[in-house]
Design a binder for this molecule. Structure first.
Ligand SMILES: Cc1cc2nc3c(=O)[nH]c(=O)nc-3n(C[C@H](O)[C@H](O)[C@H](O)COP(=O)(O)O)c2cc1C
Length: 448
């Protein structure tokens, strides 16, 4: 079955979204920026490294350039443009998660996919986002990450209390999945209840993170080697979360390449649906593989042939807008998780909507790049304060540089930044400092 694509933007509760231009000030009464006498440094001192609920699931992931070398290469029987034009979303998905209107979304990306990155992605057409993995125990202990991960916090911080106002100001971070990771069923249940109270639309359990075990305790992808424990965790979360809120799970294709681990995946996968999980997102690398080597799209293709009734989202080696539609076509998954391919590249979502609408995928102009970098910086300052925002935006600047016609020079300039002022100087030197036009940003967010 197929459904018509939505032609207007709606938030998770079905409220039509009036898209405000990106350059509209978020705060109607701008406050003067206090300039400290000393430069504001962008690299953290060891003592400043924060411990919060988020955990570094992709800490050792290779840089885009290295990883793209080893990516999965696809060939299809028909042109990508045709695939895109004829693509639609399975109606079961928007029926359960209103607003999830196209078959791709922004993945959880530890260290990147915070509120500001999510809002920028949404402004460019991402219909749904996942938080980075949040540790159940830290959520329970009320850690810093809990506050920062509140999907409505940005709006609150900007003083926009009502839902309608938030939507109009484009500060609405819904629909969204809060992703939880932990070791013990009772703590996972407690953490999930907290995420529900914080307003998440979907609760996603992480059984995929390859980060080493802590004190011999399983968590994330390590559970793929222990199916009984994994299933107990899934059961505890599903029972803790009210039935009207979908639960989903992030998996890898197995712990390693042995037959025993393939059988474990199968058990956990089937159990998830039997327990009432709405979908699984399967990263088609093993836990042992971490982020190295090509993702195995053939695994997803085989899974979809064997389990056609299951809603499955695919993850792995999605670097360009073409990869989104190639994965849908080649594997038959219901939606595509865009991960490293959207870091510093929110335009991938706009391009996907353009292709679906039968238009060519447009590249961001220099002016757009500057606008988005500055908007992202502004959102980051509002959520994190200037110090952390500076550190975040240094690494985002490095990733955004790839769109610039002189990418290597811009990347080196961002790498060389040590202060917030230097970061802004790179923007002025490499992206110009003429006036920004509001209409320009609006055009970039037109729905398909
Ligand atoms: C830096 C980084 C952080 C990640 N953090 C998370 C996370 O918190 N939760 C999660 O489910 N996946 C996480 N992932 C995995 C991605 O969502 C995705 O499954 C993986 O990168 C494969 O897709 P790709 O090859 O297209 O990047 C992370 C990946 C990277 C590179």
């Amino acid at each position: 079955m197929v459904v018509e694509l939505a032609t207007t933007w709606r938030d998770a509760r079905g409220v039509p979204a009036t898209l405000a231009p990106m350059s509209v000030p978020l705060d109607p009464t701008p406050r003067p920026v206090e300039r400290p006498a000393r430069p504001r440094f962008l690299r953290p001192a060891p003592s400043e490294v924060e411990s919060d609920a988020a955990v570094g699931c992709g800490a050792d992931a290779p840089d885009d350039a290295d990883a793209e070398e080893a990516r999965f290469r696809w060939t299809l029987g028909r042109p990508i443009e045709e695939v895109a034009r004829t693509t639609s979303i399975d109606p079961r998905i928007p029926a359960a998660v209103p607003g999830f209107d196209v078959p791709f979304f922004q993945a959880g990306l530890a260290g990147y996919s915070d509120g500001p990155m999510r809002l920028v992605a949404r402004r460019h057409g991402a219909p749904f986002c996942v938080t980075e993995a949040l540790l159940d125990r830290t959520l329970i202990n009320g850690g810093k990450g809990r506050r920062k991960e509140d999907p409505d916090l940005l709006a609150t911080e900007c003083g926009m209390g009502d839902l309608e106002d938030n939507v109009a100001a484009d500060l609405d971070d819904h629909p969204i999945a809060g992703q939880i990771m932990g070791t013990f069923p009772e703590e996972m249940a407690q953490g999930s209840r907290l995420l529900v109270r914080m307003g998440y639309d979907v609760i996603d359990v992480n059984l995929a993170c390859p980060v080493k075990k802590i004190k011999k305790s399983n968590r994330g992808g390590h559970f793929l080697a222990y199916p009984n424990e994994a299933i107990a965790l899934l059961k505890a979360v599903r029972e803790a979360v009210p039935s009207e809120i979908p639960c989903t799970v992030k998996l890898r294709r197995a712990y390693d390449d042995t037959d025993a681990m393939a059988a474990n995946f199968e058990r956990i996968f089937d159990a998830a649906y039997d327990l009432g999980y709405l979908w699984t997102t399967v990263h088609c690398r093993t836990v042992e593989q971490r982020y190295l080597g090509p993702a195995k799209w053939d695994f997803l293709r085989d899974l979809m042939r064997r389990k056609p009734d299951r809603i499955v989202f695919g993850s792995g080696d999605v670097w360009t807008v073409e990869d989104i539609f190639a994965m849908l076509e080649y594997t038959g998954v219901h939606a595509v998780s865009v991960a490293r391919g959207c870091i510093g590249n929110p335009w991938i979502f706009r391009q996907a909507r353009e292709l679906m609408a039968g238009r060519p995928a447009s590249q961001p102009s220099l002016l757009e790049q500057r606008q988005v970098l500055l908007d992202h910086f502004d959102l980051s300052v509002r959520l994190h304060g200037e110090k952390k925002a500076g550190r975040m935006m240094r690494k985002f600047g490095i990733k955004f540089a790839r769109h610039h016609h002189d990418a290597q020079r811009v990347k080196s300039s961002f790498i060389g930044c040590t202060t917030v002022d230097e970061w802004h100087a790179v923007i002025r030197a490499c992206y110009g400092d003429g006036p920004l036009t509001p209409t320009h940003a609006r055009a970039s967010r037109e729905p398909a």
